[in-house]
Design a protein around this ligand. Structure first.
Ligand SMILES: Nc1ncnc2c1ncn2[C@@H]1O[C@H](COP(=O)(O)OP(=O)(O)OP(=O)(O)O)[C@@H](O)[C@H]1O
Ligand SMILES: [Mg+2]
Length: 268
């Protein structure tokens, strides 16, 4: 893994909201290279710019500076993004799946609709496909027939993941996909992501949960106030963090995982 072709090249991207005195520079001069088959993590405290950067990578937020290439082509052309058949190849799971799911559609209909669009199959086949995908996410047939407001937060998250995967993307941008689900469902989802990783599937996982990042990713970017303060091989960053901010983040993980970092912090 990590030796595949360059899939996405985020080059010196900045995103500014507003103008003048009220301007917020949410992302400042960030660069990431995503290779085929590579799982990448972005961590950082609340408000550090993670979702904004992920939305830019999904083509939903125009950078104010820099550029984003997907398979060598800029994803933004004028004010449009992903115009050349690459749209399906990059899928995003949103931090708040409520806003991204159609309130009128059951989970099954939402995923089946996506299967129909992406796989060009008929109604029965798309529903069969959709149900399989949902069941892999731990969504029962009964829950698959519910509308978003009738589902729990975690179930909505899993429906969103199923819908994103139904497009068979090469790159999944997952923004806190496990934040609303319990430990066992989280483990199940992470295992599933892990199983999907191959030469044709990469993931950029945004999470404030460092355990999740360590389990799934090979490279990690640590974000603070819109800037990458540290990046590198995930194991190296966890075992030997260089920046004080990363040390603090790691030391805040409860239990065994944060123990070494706490000891290290105490010594420094
Ligand atoms: N549409 C917007 N308009 C103005 N400011 C915004 C907008 N979206 C985000 N911001 C600001 O940009 C900064 C980064 O927000 P972002 O949502 O990217 O953070 P985050 O790292 O994803 O945080 P969290 O962990 O809480 O999800 C914040 O200061 C936020 O208030
Ligand atoms: Mg966010």
């Amino acid at each position: 893994m990590g030796k595949g072709n360059l899939l996405m090249d985020v080059k010196n991207v900045s995103v500014t909201f507003g103008t003048g005195a009220s301007a917020v520079e949410a992302v400042k001069n960030c660069s990431i290279k995503v290779h085929e088959g590579e799982p990448i993590g972005i961590v950082g405290e609340s408000g550090s710019g993670k979702s904004t950067l992920a939305r830019a990578m999904a083509g939903l937020q125009q950078p104010s500076a820099g550029e984003i290439l997907f398979r060598g082509e800029s994803i933004f052309k004028g004010n449009k993004s992903y115009q050349n058949g690459n749209r399906n190849q990059v899928q995003m799971v949103f931090q708040d799946p409520y806003g991204s799911l159609n309130p009128q559609l059951t989970g099954l209909s939402a995923v089946a609709e996506s299967v129909r669009i992406h796989k060009k199959v008929g109604r029965d086949e798309s529903e069969e496909n959709a149900l399989k995908l949902l069941q892999r996410m731990g969504i029962s047939k009964i829950d698959a027939l519910k509308k978003p407001r009738q589902l729990s937060g975690g179930q909505r998250q899993r429906v969103s993941v199923a819908r994103a995967l139904s497009a068979s993307p090469s790159l999944l941008l997952a923004d806190e996909p496990t934040s609303a689900i319990d430990q066992s469902a989280q483990a199940q989802l992470l295992k599933l992501f892990h199983g999907l990783l191959d030469d044709n599937f990469s993931i950029v996982l945004v999470s404030h949960d460092l355990g999740v990042i360590r389990y799934l990713t090979k490279r990690v970017y640590v974000m603070k106030d819109g800037v990458f303060v540290e990046s590198g091989d995930t194991e190296s960053v966890f075992n030997d963090p260089q920046e004080d901010y990363t040390k603090l983040l790691l030391a805040s993980i409860p239990g065994e995982l944060g123990k070494a970092a706490r000891a290290k912090l105490a010594r420094s």
